[in-house]
Ligand binder design. Structure first.
Ligand code: FDA
Length: 310
Protein backbone atom coordinates (compact mmCIF):
# COMPACT_ATOMS: atom_id res chain seq x y z
CA UNK A 1 0.00 0.00 0.00
CA UNK A 2 2.80 2.39 1.00
CA UNK A 3 4.65 2.06 -2.32
CA UNK A 4 1.41 1.31 -4.20
CA UNK A 5 -0.29 4.67 -3.56
CA UNK A 6 2.87 6.51 -4.55
CA UNK A 7 3.02 4.56 -7.82
CA UNK A 8 -0.61 5.32 -8.69
CA UNK A 9 -0.28 9.02 -7.99
CA UNK A 10 3.05 9.15 -9.78
CA UNK A 11 1.50 7.83 -12.99
CA UNK A 12 -1.49 10.17 -12.57
CA UNK A 13 0.93 13.08 -12.15
CA UNK A 14 2.00 12.49 -15.76
CA UNK A 15 -1.52 12.76 -17.11
CA UNK A 16 -1.96 15.91 -19.19
CA UNK A 17 -5.76 15.85 -18.98
CA UNK A 18 -5.76 15.52 -15.19
CA UNK A 19 -3.26 18.35 -15.02
CA UNK A 20 -5.59 20.51 -17.14
CA UNK A 21 -8.56 19.69 -14.93
CA UNK A 22 -6.65 20.33 -11.70
CA UNK A 23 -5.12 23.54 -13.05
CA UNK A 24 -8.57 24.83 -13.92
CA UNK A 25 -10.01 24.38 -10.44
CA UNK A 26 -7.10 23.96 -8.03
CA UNK A 27 -6.04 27.58 -7.55
CA UNK A 28 -9.03 29.59 -8.70
CA UNK A 29 -9.87 31.16 -5.40
CA UNK A 30 -8.46 31.35 -1.89
CA UNK A 31 -10.53 28.29 -0.94
CA UNK A 32 -9.53 26.13 -3.92
CA UNK A 33 -8.18 22.71 -3.03
CA UNK A 34 -4.54 23.11 -4.09
CA UNK A 35 -4.21 26.14 -1.78
CA UNK A 36 -4.02 23.82 1.14
CA UNK A 37 -0.45 22.91 0.14
CA UNK A 38 0.61 25.73 -2.20
CA UNK A 39 0.89 29.38 -1.23
CA UNK A 40 -0.30 30.62 -4.63
CA UNK A 41 0.90 31.07 -8.18
CA UNK A 42 2.59 34.45 -7.65
CA UNK A 43 5.57 35.58 -5.61
CA UNK A 44 3.37 38.19 -3.90
CA UNK A 45 1.15 35.43 -2.55
CA UNK A 46 4.23 33.53 -1.35
CA UNK A 47 5.50 36.62 0.48
CA UNK A 48 2.12 37.21 2.10
CA UNK A 49 1.97 33.59 3.27
CA UNK A 50 5.54 33.80 4.57
CA UNK A 51 4.65 36.87 6.61
CA UNK A 52 1.78 35.03 8.27
CA UNK A 53 3.96 32.01 8.97
CA UNK A 54 6.73 34.12 10.47
CA UNK A 55 4.23 36.12 12.52
CA UNK A 56 3.21 32.81 14.08
CA UNK A 57 6.81 32.26 15.19
CA UNK A 58 7.76 29.74 12.51
CA UNK A 59 10.59 29.90 9.97
CA UNK A 60 10.27 29.61 6.21
CA UNK A 61 11.98 28.30 3.11
CA UNK A 62 10.48 29.40 -0.21
CA UNK A 63 10.33 27.08 -3.19
CA UNK A 64 9.57 28.35 -6.68
CA UNK A 65 7.87 25.29 -8.14
CA UNK A 66 9.20 23.65 -11.27
CA UNK A 67 11.14 20.54 -12.18
CA UNK A 68 12.30 18.41 -15.11
CA UNK A 69 12.72 21.33 -17.51
CA UNK A 70 13.67 20.18 -21.00
CA UNK A 71 15.42 23.13 -22.63
CA UNK A 72 18.28 25.46 -21.74
CA UNK A 73 15.85 28.40 -22.19
CA UNK A 74 13.48 27.01 -19.58
CA UNK A 75 16.38 26.38 -17.18
CA UNK A 76 17.59 29.94 -17.76
CA UNK A 77 14.10 31.32 -17.12
CA UNK A 78 13.87 29.36 -13.85
CA UNK A 79 17.29 30.64 -12.81
CA UNK A 80 16.31 34.23 -13.53
CA UNK A 81 13.08 33.71 -11.59
CA UNK A 82 15.11 32.54 -8.59
CA UNK A 83 17.47 35.52 -8.82
CA UNK A 84 14.42 37.82 -8.91
CA UNK A 85 12.98 35.93 -5.95
CA UNK A 86 16.09 36.77 -3.91
CA UNK A 87 15.50 40.47 -4.57
CA UNK A 88 11.83 40.23 -3.69
CA UNK A 89 12.64 38.46 -0.42
CA UNK A 90 15.26 41.06 0.52
CA UNK A 91 12.85 43.92 -0.26
CA UNK A 92 10.01 42.24 1.63
CA UNK A 93 12.23 41.71 4.67
CA UNK A 94 11.21 38.10 5.15
CA UNK A 95 13.59 35.30 6.09
CA UNK A 96 16.34 34.56 3.58
CA UNK A 97 16.01 30.88 2.88
CA UNK A 98 15.10 29.16 -0.41
CA UNK A 99 14.82 25.62 -1.74
CA UNK A 100 15.32 24.51 -5.34
CA UNK A 101 15.56 21.48 -7.58
CA UNK A 102 18.45 20.79 -9.93
CA UNK A 103 16.27 19.45 -12.75
CA UNK A 104 14.65 22.88 -12.73
CA UNK A 105 18.05 24.44 -13.39
CA UNK A 106 18.94 22.15 -16.29
CA UNK A 107 20.39 18.96 -14.76
CA UNK A 108 18.61 16.91 -17.42
CA UNK A 109 20.12 19.03 -20.22
CA UNK A 110 23.73 18.95 -19.11
CA UNK A 111 25.62 19.15 -15.90
CA UNK A 112 27.68 22.24 -16.78
CA UNK A 113 24.55 24.30 -17.53
CA UNK A 114 23.08 23.25 -14.22
CA UNK A 115 26.24 24.13 -12.25
CA UNK A 116 26.42 27.53 -13.96
CA UNK A 117 22.79 28.24 -13.21
CA UNK A 118 23.18 27.18 -9.61
CA UNK A 119 26.17 29.50 -9.22
CA UNK A 120 24.13 32.36 -10.69
CA UNK A 121 21.79 31.87 -7.73
CA UNK A 122 24.34 31.04 -5.02
CA UNK A 123 26.48 34.12 -5.70
CA UNK A 124 23.84 36.77 -5.01
CA UNK A 125 22.33 34.51 -2.36
CA UNK A 126 25.70 34.46 -0.56
CA UNK A 127 26.06 38.25 -0.77
CA UNK A 128 22.65 38.70 0.84
CA UNK A 129 23.03 36.06 3.55
CA UNK A 130 20.64 33.46 2.14
CA UNK A 131 20.74 29.76 2.83
CA UNK A 132 19.97 27.64 -0.25
CA UNK A 133 18.71 24.07 0.11
CA UNK A 134 18.97 21.69 -2.82
CA UNK A 135 15.93 19.38 -2.72
CA UNK A 136 16.53 15.73 -3.53
CA UNK A 137 14.65 14.36 -6.52
CA UNK A 138 14.15 10.73 -7.55
CA UNK A 139 17.02 8.27 -7.50
CA UNK A 140 18.33 8.74 -11.08
CA UNK A 141 19.37 12.21 -9.84
CA UNK A 142 20.86 11.36 -6.46
CA UNK A 143 24.47 10.94 -7.53
CA UNK A 144 24.47 13.93 -9.85
CA UNK A 145 22.88 16.12 -7.18
CA UNK A 146 25.52 15.16 -4.64
CA UNK A 147 28.35 15.53 -7.19
CA UNK A 148 27.19 19.03 -8.08
CA UNK A 149 26.83 19.88 -4.42
CA UNK A 150 30.39 18.70 -3.70
CA UNK A 151 31.78 20.57 -6.69
CA UNK A 152 30.38 23.79 -5.30
CA UNK A 153 31.40 22.92 -1.76
CA UNK A 154 34.99 22.46 -2.96
CA UNK A 155 34.69 25.93 -4.52
CA UNK A 156 34.01 27.25 -1.02
CA UNK A 157 30.27 27.76 -1.34
CA UNK A 158 28.98 27.34 2.19
CA UNK A 159 25.51 28.87 2.00
CA UNK A 160 24.13 25.65 0.57
CA UNK A 161 22.94 22.26 1.82
CA UNK A 162 21.21 19.14 0.51
CA UNK A 163 18.25 16.91 1.31
CA UNK A 164 18.80 13.15 1.82
CA UNK A 165 16.12 10.45 1.78
CA UNK A 166 15.92 7.66 4.37
CA UNK A 167 14.12 5.44 1.84
CA UNK A 168 17.35 4.91 -0.14
CA UNK A 169 19.78 2.20 0.94
CA UNK A 170 22.74 4.43 0.07
CA UNK A 171 21.83 7.26 2.41
CA UNK A 172 23.87 6.14 5.41
CA UNK A 173 27.03 6.64 3.35
CA UNK A 174 25.79 10.00 2.12
CA UNK A 175 25.04 11.16 5.66
CA UNK A 176 28.55 10.11 6.70
CA UNK A 177 30.03 12.08 3.83
CA UNK A 178 28.00 15.21 4.58
CA UNK A 179 28.96 14.96 8.24
CA UNK A 180 32.64 14.74 7.25
CA UNK A 181 32.26 17.85 5.10
CA UNK A 182 30.35 19.70 7.79
CA UNK A 183 27.50 20.28 5.32
CA UNK A 184 23.94 20.86 6.39
CA UNK A 185 21.46 18.06 5.65
CA UNK A 186 17.68 18.03 5.55
CA UNK A 187 16.60 14.48 6.33
CA UNK A 188 13.33 13.33 4.68
CA UNK A 189 11.73 9.94 4.11
CA UNK A 190 11.57 10.38 0.32
CA UNK A 191 8.58 11.40 -1.77
CA UNK A 192 9.18 9.33 -4.91
CA UNK A 193 8.22 5.85 -6.05
CA UNK A 194 11.56 4.04 -6.16
CA UNK A 195 12.49 0.52 -7.31
CA UNK A 196 13.34 -2.19 -4.82
CA UNK A 197 16.90 -2.27 -6.16
CA UNK A 198 17.63 1.11 -4.53
CA UNK A 199 15.02 1.74 -1.85
CA UNK A 200 13.06 0.21 1.02
CA UNK A 201 9.49 -0.50 -0.02
CA UNK A 202 7.90 -0.83 3.40
CA UNK A 203 7.13 2.03 5.76
CA UNK A 204 8.65 0.35 8.86
CA UNK A 205 11.99 0.04 7.05
CA UNK A 206 11.94 3.65 5.84
CA UNK A 207 11.03 4.78 9.37
CA UNK A 208 13.74 2.70 11.05
CA UNK A 209 16.31 4.14 8.65
CA UNK A 210 15.01 7.66 9.31
CA UNK A 211 15.56 7.29 13.06
CA UNK A 212 19.02 5.80 12.54
CA UNK A 213 20.05 8.60 10.19
CA UNK A 214 18.54 11.29 12.41
CA UNK A 215 20.73 10.04 15.27
CA UNK A 216 23.83 10.15 13.06
CA UNK A 217 23.00 13.71 12.07
CA UNK A 218 22.27 14.79 15.62
CA UNK A 219 25.51 13.24 16.87
CA UNK A 220 27.90 14.57 14.23
CA UNK A 221 26.04 16.67 11.66
CA UNK A 222 25.90 20.42 11.18
CA UNK A 223 22.56 21.91 12.18
CA UNK A 224 20.49 19.11 10.61
CA UNK A 225 16.86 19.57 9.63
CA UNK A 226 14.57 16.76 10.70
CA UNK A 227 11.88 17.10 8.05
CA UNK A 228 8.82 15.01 8.75
CA UNK A 229 5.22 15.18 9.99
CA UNK A 230 5.46 11.78 11.60
CA UNK A 231 5.01 12.12 15.37
CA UNK A 232 7.01 8.94 15.97
CA UNK A 233 10.02 10.27 14.04
CA UNK A 234 9.73 13.64 15.77
CA UNK A 235 9.50 12.07 19.21
CA UNK A 236 12.45 9.79 18.40
CA UNK A 237 14.65 12.74 17.40
CA UNK A 238 13.50 14.89 20.30
CA UNK A 239 14.07 12.14 22.87
CA UNK A 240 17.51 11.29 21.48
CA UNK A 241 18.60 14.92 21.55
CA UNK A 242 17.35 15.33 25.13
CA UNK A 243 19.02 12.09 26.25
CA UNK A 244 22.35 13.27 24.84
CA UNK A 245 21.95 16.73 26.32
CA UNK A 246 21.87 18.40 22.90
CA UNK A 247 20.38 21.89 22.98
CA UNK A 248 17.36 22.84 20.86
CA UNK A 249 19.62 25.13 18.85
CA UNK A 250 21.55 22.16 17.48
CA UNK A 251 18.90 21.19 14.93
CA UNK A 252 15.53 22.22 13.53
CA UNK A 253 12.32 20.54 12.51
CA UNK A 254 10.87 21.15 9.08
CA UNK A 255 7.38 20.50 7.72
CA UNK A 256 5.49 21.22 4.54
CA UNK A 257 3.13 24.17 4.36
CA UNK A 258 -0.42 23.03 5.08
CA UNK A 259 0.42 19.73 6.77
CA UNK A 260 0.02 19.07 10.51
CA UNK A 261 -0.34 22.69 11.59
CA UNK A 262 -1.15 21.43 15.10
CA UNK A 263 2.23 19.73 15.36
CA UNK A 264 4.05 22.76 13.92
CA UNK A 265 2.55 24.97 16.62
CA UNK A 266 3.17 22.45 19.38
CA UNK A 267 6.88 22.04 18.58
CA UNK A 268 7.36 25.76 18.19
CA UNK A 269 5.68 26.46 21.54
CA UNK A 270 8.12 24.05 23.14
CA UNK A 271 10.99 26.19 21.88
CA UNK A 272 12.01 24.12 18.84
CA UNK A 273 12.84 25.90 15.59
CA UNK A 274 10.24 24.82 13.02
CA UNK A 275 10.70 25.74 9.37
CA UNK A 276 7.92 25.47 6.81
CA UNK A 277 8.61 24.63 3.20
CA UNK A 278 6.41 27.04 1.27
CA UNK A 279 5.98 26.25 -2.43
CA UNK A 280 4.50 28.66 -4.95
CA UNK A 281 4.30 29.11 -8.71
CA UNK A 282 2.29 27.92 -11.67
CA UNK A 283 3.97 24.52 -11.99
CA UNK A 284 2.35 23.09 -8.87
CA UNK A 285 0.77 19.93 -10.26
CA UNK A 286 3.59 17.33 -9.71
CA UNK A 287 4.26 18.67 -6.19
CA UNK A 288 0.56 18.53 -5.43
CA UNK A 289 0.27 14.96 -6.71
CA UNK A 290 3.14 13.83 -4.48
CA UNK A 291 1.24 15.22 -1.50
CA UNK A 292 -1.84 13.22 -2.53
CA UNK A 293 0.27 10.08 -2.96
CA UNK A 294 1.51 10.39 0.62
CA UNK A 295 -1.99 10.46 1.96
CA UNK A 296 -4.68 9.17 -0.41
CA UNK A 297 -7.32 10.36 2.09
CA UNK A 298 -6.51 13.84 0.76
CA UNK A 299 -8.37 12.87 -2.42
CA UNK A 300 -11.61 13.43 -0.52
CA UNK A 301 -11.05 17.14 -0.09
CA UNK A 302 -9.89 17.46 -3.70
CA UNK A 303 -13.07 15.82 -5.01
CA UNK A 304 -15.23 18.00 -2.73
CA UNK A 305 -13.27 21.03 -3.96
CA UNK A 306 -13.83 20.21 -7.63
CA UNK A 307 -17.53 19.60 -7.12
CA UNK A 308 -17.88 22.89 -5.23
CA UNK A 309 -16.04 24.87 -7.90
CA UNK A 310 -17.89 23.35 -10.86
P1 FDA B 1 4.60 9.85 6.61
O1 FDA B 1 4.36 9.87 5.14
O2 FDA B 1 4.77 8.54 7.28
O3 FDA B 1 3.44 10.68 7.30
C1 FDA B 1 3.33 10.84 8.70
C2 FDA B 1 2.08 11.63 9.02
O4 FDA B 1 2.21 12.94 8.49
C3 FDA B 1 0.82 11.09 8.37
O5 FDA B 1 0.22 10.11 9.16
C4 FDA B 1 -0.03 12.34 8.26
O6 FDA B 1 -0.61 12.68 9.49
C5 FDA B 1 0.97 13.39 7.94
N1 FDA B 1 1.14 13.57 6.49
C6 FDA B 1 2.21 13.21 5.74
N2 FDA B 1 2.05 13.57 4.45
C7 FDA B 1 0.84 14.16 4.39
C8 FDA B 1 0.10 14.76 3.35
N3 FDA B 1 0.57 14.81 2.11
N4 FDA B 1 -1.11 15.27 3.64
C9 FDA B 1 -1.59 15.25 4.89
N5 FDA B 1 -0.94 14.70 5.94
C10 FDA B 1 0.25 14.17 5.69
N6 FDA B 1 11.03 14.53 -0.29
C11 FDA B 1 11.99 14.29 -1.20
O7 FDA B 1 12.03 13.23 -1.79
N7 FDA B 1 12.92 15.27 -1.49
C12 FDA B 1 12.93 16.47 -0.84
O8 FDA B 1 13.79 17.30 -1.09
C13 FDA B 1 11.93 16.71 0.14
N8 FDA B 1 11.86 17.88 0.81
C14 FDA B 1 11.01 18.01 1.89
C15 FDA B 1 11.07 19.13 2.69
C16 FDA B 1 10.30 19.19 3.84
C17 FDA B 1 10.39 20.41 4.72
C18 FDA B 1 9.44 18.11 4.19
C19 FDA B 1 8.64 18.11 5.45
C20 FDA B 1 9.34 17.02 3.37
C21 FDA B 1 10.10 16.95 2.20
N9 FDA B 1 10.00 15.87 1.36
C22 FDA B 1 10.97 15.69 0.40
C23 FDA B 1 8.85 14.94 1.45
C24 FDA B 1 9.15 13.71 2.29
O9 FDA B 1 10.08 12.89 1.62
C25 FDA B 1 7.88 12.90 2.56
O10 FDA B 1 7.35 12.45 1.35
C26 FDA B 1 6.81 13.67 3.31
O11 FDA B 1 7.35 14.49 4.28
C27 FDA B 1 5.83 12.69 3.98
O12 FDA B 1 6.51 11.89 4.87
P2 FDA B 1 6.48 12.06 6.47
O13 FDA B 1 7.87 12.09 6.94
O14 FDA B 1 5.66 13.22 6.87
O15 FDA B 1 5.88 10.68 7.00
Amino acid sequence: MYAGAKAVFYSLSRSASLKRLASKYGMRSRDSFARRFIAGETVEEAVETSRHVQAAGLHITLDYLGESVRTAEEADAATRAYVRLLDVIVTAGIERNISLKLTQLGASIDRATCVDNLRRILDPAGRHGFFVRIDMENSPWTQMTLDIFETLWQQEYRNVGVALQSALYRTERDVQRMNELGARVRLVKGAYKEPQSVAYQQKPDVDAAFLRLARMLLDSGTYPAIATHDPVMIQGARAYAAERGFGKDRFEFQMLYGIRRDLQAELSSEGHAVRLYIPFGREWFPYFMRRLGERPANLGFVMRGILREK
